[in-house]
Design a protein around this ligand. Sequence first.
Ligand code: FES
Ligand code: FES
Length: 78
Amino acid sequence: MGDPNIAQTKPFVMEIDAGTYAWCACGQSDNQPYCDGSHKGSEFKPIIEQVEESKRVAWCGCKHSDNAPFCDGTHKEL
Ligand code: FES
Ligand code: FES
């Protein structure tokens, strides 16, 4: 698998409501941190995350986390 595009070298820290989210794994979306369909034709596809309650999350922005879709600190090594 090729390397995803680095959307930003830090997480997207956000307060979000319960719901279903499609995290952009390819890094090409113009609607970061979410998928906008730009991955089409590539080997990437979004990770669908079910969020059960309103909370603060840190979506991975660098797209290299081993705990995707969430930041695990890997961005510090890029
Ligand atoms: Fe990707 Fe932190 S932003 S690991
Ligand atoms: Fe990146 Fe869909 S636009 S995974």
